[in-house]
Design a protein around this ligand. Structure first.
Ligand SMILES: O=C[C@H](O)COP(=O)(O)O
Length: 242
């Protein structure tokens, strides 16, 4: 399975931030290596320009969210079809920042994942427990319920990102044993071949250890994806296609 190293830029980046992708490509020797997929999910304003600019270097571009419907009276939203039209190949759905800030339920996340399939995109479905839930010993139960409610139904390939909410942007990470336990659990609940990403404070200093865990097939990286100097060592830390 080819590892997927994805950068989620969240609400960061103006057009000039292409300089960081240019720098990443230089550090990678001119293009993304064949044995791993490298994905950048910039703000929606940059998807079309980046998709056009970086397809030759094998840097893939994705969206950070999509509406379940293809079009309609939904001011400020964008559809999966619009992302595909702009050149995206992936879309993140159900990120905890959207589940928390926009009240997205599992059913909404599932509808968004189905919308991604409808448009020909690969959804990256995010799941993860809060600190209280982990401390109460409920992490597997919570993630199990999120998987049950959020995963798309069709036979198309999709990606799952396990992101413990308490690890996002905090510098905290679960133990390697906890990551392994959760990824084994998610593997048991997902179709064969599903790529499982870990996300939450992945940095150059911990990427190699995390990416070596069985059933961790890549990373969803927030803050450390914004600068080529940080993202490049994470991209190269992933073991190549196995
Ligand atoms: O989507 C990315 C995650 O929320 C992780 O963010 P972070 O690497 O800044 O902790």
């Amino acid at each position: 399975m080819k590892p997927l190293i994805a950068g989620n830029w969240k609400m960061n980046g103006l057009a000039a931030a292409s300089a960081e992708i240019d720098a990443l490509i230089r550090l990678l020797g001119g293009s993304a290596p064949d044995d791993r997929d490298v994905l950048i999910c910039p703000p929606a304003t940059l998807v079309a320009a980046f998709a056009a600019r970086y397809s030759d270097e094998a840097i893939q571009i994705g969206g950070q969210d999509c509406h379940p419907e293809a079009n309609g009276a939904h001011t400020g939203d964008i559809s999966a079809e619009m992302l595909a039209d702009a050149g995206a190949g992936f879309v993140i759905v159900g990120h905890s920042e959207r589940r928390a800030d926009h009240g997205e339920t599992d059913a909404v996340v599932k509808a968004k994942a189905q919308a991604a399939f409808r448009a020909g995109l690969t959804p990256i479905v995010c799941v993860g427990e809060t600190k209280d839930q982990r401390e109460a010993g409920k992490a597997l139960e919570i993630v199990g319920a999120q998987l049950e409610g959020s995963l798309p139904e069709t036979g198309e390939p999709f990606v799952v990102a396990y992101e413990p909410v308490w690890a996002i942007g905090t510098g905290l990470t679960p133990t390697i044993d906890d990551i392994a336990e959760m990824h084994d659990f998610i593997r048991s609940k997902t179709p064969q071949g599903t790529r499982l990403l870990y996300g939450g404070s992945v940095k150059p200093g911990n990427a190699k250890e995390i990416l070596a865990v069985t059933n961790v097939n890549g990373a969803l990286v927030g803050g450390a994806s914004l600068k080529a100097a940080d993202f490049h060592p994470i991209v190269t830390a992933a073991p190549g296609e196995m």
